[in-house]
Every structure is written in structure tokens, then in C-alpha cells.
Design a protein around this ligand. Structure first.
Ligand code: ADE
Ligand code: ZN
Length: 336
């Protein structure tokens, strides 16, 4: 039967909630700082890790945006994404839908082209060398204005064929989804798919808004939907995918303890939940670590893990033939 760890790694999985900037490990941060002649406020890798103690989302975001300052060139973005793909491949990820935050970079003078061309180069290499497919999700920073989001969408125009979806991230409280209703409508009109962070720190009303005003096809996080039974029933009935991130929830104090994580309650409620890493370099684990941590903390069965892996595949933005191929591969491992 093998170990739980081995079973998790063998299960083919999609990662649907990953911020590429959040995969910047301290070692690479130091290497890029040196390569680019950029000063960082840390003396050592241990010093960086010690700074990663957060009491809420904003605490984390302040450090995360500062860390991204070492990313300067197309090669930096390629190296960043390649490092993620290597870790993901080792975890049994067969497909990744990667969020990137262009405004974090364009606002400090890096071109949109340098960011996306670097990511695309890594995506091509990852498919050829590691067999991982991937799609890009352009995420708007919700603490910035609607006008700034429109400018970002305009910058993306030459690369629209290479972008699968738009997303919405950053400081949730005080920045409800409706602030971006028009830019999401514009993205939809361009043929992009839609997803948004909602219900991480924000109330259930933000999840309703993401569904009704933005018309998203996935909810990133969605934990606080559990406070609203009618919303839970609706999400379950619609088969809406929730991209849950257990170690992120722990590190950002969305839950006090993994032993109190609602993942199994979500499964029992019929929600299409998936397990993801969010910002693995900051939260202490990649996707397999998240599966293992929550499986141990909540006593998930192998059948639960298979369900989570299948949800990640049926919740992804790949065409039906590729979804069917990955589901068959999961069944082959499950019945080993
Ligand atoms: N940006 C990166 N990670 C995020 C998260 N968990 N919530 C909101 N914005 C983010
Ligand atoms: Zn996130």
C-alpha cells in the first residue's frame, strides 16, 4: 500500500492556486539580489525565514511585495517559475494554473513583457522536460484602483492568447469584488476565464459578489462561505470549485490550528474543494505538503485524497479530453 506521503506524491494532481511570486524561496531571493545588485533587509536565509511570522494577510503581503523586488529581468522570472515547476513535478503535479501579479512589477518599472516572457519560457521548458502543462492567470491587485486594473489588462493585450484567465488578489477587506465588475466584464468579453480570491478574510457577502457580480468560474479560498449555509448549498449545487490552501490558512491565521481546518467539513457538505499551496515559499510547503498536513490533521482517507485530486482536475481550465486523461490516471493510482 505504501506510505501516505508516497500515495499523495503518486496521485496526479493539478495545482490551481499558486502565486508564482509566492514561490520565491529565500535562497533564490539572495541569489537574485546578488545577481541584480539589489540590497535586501536580511543578513541570511535564516533571517528571512524568521521574518515569515504573520498574524494576518496584510502582514504577509507587506513582506511578499518587498521580496518580489529582487525580480528584475526576464531570466529572473524564468528561473523563479522553473524552480516552482521542479518542486511541483516532485510532488506529482501534472498541471499548474499559475497566478502572476503584473502590477507588483510594472509599478516598479519592470515591463509586462519581461515578466510574461520569462514565465512563458519556463512553462515551455517545464512541459518539454518535466511533462507538466500549465496555464497563466493574470491577477489584479485589489488594493489598487479599477483604472489601474484596466491599464494592466491593456498591457496584456499582445499576450492575450497566452493568458487563460484573470484573477483578483491582495488585501481583501475593504476591497470587495464589485470594485472590479467592469474590468472583469471586459476580460470576459476578451474570452478570458475568471476567478477571484473571496472569503479568505472577507465575509460570505464577498463570495456572493464574486459569483453574482463578477461571474467567476472558481473561488480562491472561500473558507468563510461556511458561515452562510445557503451559500454553501448554492456552491455545492453549482459544483463551484474552491481552491483551498491549508498551510496558508494556518500561517495567515485564517484557522488557529490545522486540527480545526474545515477541509473535511467542506467535503462532507458536497463542496468541490481542492488543495493548493498559495505561496509555498512563505507558508512552509508545496502542494504535497499541504495534502499531507491536512490529511494528518483531519484524518482524511485515501478516498478523500483521491476526491481532492479529482476535484483539482475537473476544476481546472483544460479541455475535456485532457481532463478525462488525467482522471483516468488518478483512477489507475487509486486502484493500484
Ligand atoms: N497574494 C498572494 N497570496 C495571497 C493570498 N493568500 N490572498 C490574497 N492575496 C494574495
Ligand atoms: Zn492566493
Amino acid at each position: 500500500m505504501g506510505t501516505l506521503e508516497g500515495f499523495i506524491r503518486r496521485l496526479p494532481k493539478a495545482e490551481l492556486h499558486l502565486h508564482i511570486e509566492g514561490s520565491l524561496e529565500p535562497e533564490l531571493m539572495f541569489a537574485l539580489a546578488e545577481r541584480n545588485g539589489i540590497a535586501i533587509p536580511y543578513a541570511s536565509v535564516e533571517d528571512v525565514r524568521a521574518a515569515y511570522a504573520f498574524s494576518n494577510l496584510q502582514d504577509f503581503l507587506d513582506i511578499y511585495y518587498a521580496g518580489a523586488g529582487v525580480l528584475q529581468t526576464e531570466a529572473d522570472f524564468r528561473d523563479l517559475a522553473m524552480a516552482y515547476f521542479e518542486r511541483a513535478a516532485a510532488d506529482g503535479v501534472v498541471h499548474a494554473e499559475i497566478m502572476f501579479d503584473p502590477q507588483t512589477h510594472t509599478d516598479r518599472g519592470i515591463t509586462f513583457g519581461a515578466v510574461i516572457e520569462g514565465l512563458l519560457a519556463a512553462m515551455t521548458e517545464a512541459e518539454a522536460r518535466l511533462g507538466i502543462t500549465s496555464l497563466l492567470i493574470l491577477s489584479f491587485l485589489r488594493h489598487l484602483s479599477e483604472a489601474a486594473a484596466f491599464e494592466t489588462l491593456a498591457m496584456a493585450e499582445p499576450w492575450l492568447e497566452r493568458i487563460a484567465a484573470v484573477g483578483l488578489d491582495s488585501s481583501e477587506l475593504g476591497h470587495p469584488p464589485a470594485k472590479f465588475a467592469r474590468v472583469f466584464a471586459a476580460a470576459r468579453a476578451k474570452g478570458l476565464k475568471l476567478t477571484a480570491h473571496a472569503g479568505e478574510e472577507g465575509p460570505p457577502a464577498y463570495v456572493h459578489e464574486a459569483l453574482d457580480v463578477l461571474g467567476v468560474e472558481r473561488i480562491d479560498h472561500g473558507n468563510r462561505a461556511l458561515e452562510d449555509p445557503a451559500l454553501v448549498a448554492r456552491l455545492a449545487a453549482e459544483g463551484m470549485t474552491l481552491t483551498v490552501c491549508p498551510l496558508s490558512n494556518l500561517k495567515l491565521c485564517v484557522v488557529d490550528d490545522l486540527a480545526a481546518h474545515p477541509i473535511d467539513r467542506m467535503l462532507v457538505a458536497g463542496l468541490k474543494v481542492t488543495v493548493n499551496s498559495d505561496d509555498p515559499a512563505y507558508f512552509g510547503g508545496y502542494v504535497a505538503d499541504n495534502y499531507r498536513a491536512v490529511a494528518e490533521a483531519r484524518g482524511l482517507t485515501r478516498a478523500d485524497l483521491v476526491q481532492l485530486a479529482k476535484n483539482s482536475i475537473t476544476g481546472c481550465f483544460l479541455p475535456p479530453d485532457e481532463v478525462a486523461r488525467h482522471l483516468a490516471a488518478i483512477d489507475a493510482v487509486a486502484h493500484d
